[in-house]
Design a protein around this ligand. Sequence first.
Ligand SMILES: N[C@@H](CCC(=O)N[C@@H](CS)C(=O)NCC(=O)O)C(=O)O
Length: 205
Amino acid sequence: MRLYLHPISSNARRVLLTAAHLGLQPEIVEIDLTSAGDRRRLVELNPNSKIPVLEDDGFVLWESCAIMQYLADQTPGQTIYPRDVRARADVNRWLFWAAQHFAPAISLFTWENVWKKVVTGMDADPAELARGNEELEAAARVLDAHLATRTWLCGDALTLADFAVAAPLMYIERAKVPMAAYRNVLAWFERVQQLPAWRQTHAVW
Ligand SMILES: N[C@@H](CCC(=O)N[C@@H](CS)C(=O)NCC(=O)O)C(=O)O
């Protein structure tokens, strides 16, 4: 099994978290998104030219949440992706929500407050940060209310949902993601950060 990624990618992080939790050790192929050669190699695997990508014995899979599901399904005895139809649907719900709502809201801050300067030399655009605030508030309110009475996002145990939603928060400080008002989210994120999988996948760059 081979995983094409870069450690600064939060989409890659959710896959790495899953692999680490499941005790899988895929070969890691680091893709430098600024290298034309690596981009050519990447686009052959993923026509969207995005990481992460999984290659498993000739089977190529892109989209981080799909990779998470595949890794769990390949692992006998795993408990983070339930088999029960409704329990699984609940996890799937949060995977889609993470990809569709929460991660995009956070990525406005990571782009404006971190990567924009690195890539373009330009400063953050206040209008974009205001848009980020609006989108983040809409999503974070829902998450905070959901976590008011729960330890983990789904059922009463850790699932793929926790990894998918937590991954983009890896930039909470560096990207100045305004989460201070969401106490339940912060308490849950603290629990996620205590997990061995989170510690093992801490990116160094
Ligand atoms: N929905 C995709 C998003 C993947 C994605 O946006 N990856 C970023 C890194 S975090 C990327 O490869 N960006 C390169 C580009 O857009 O050119 C997933 O969840 O895998």
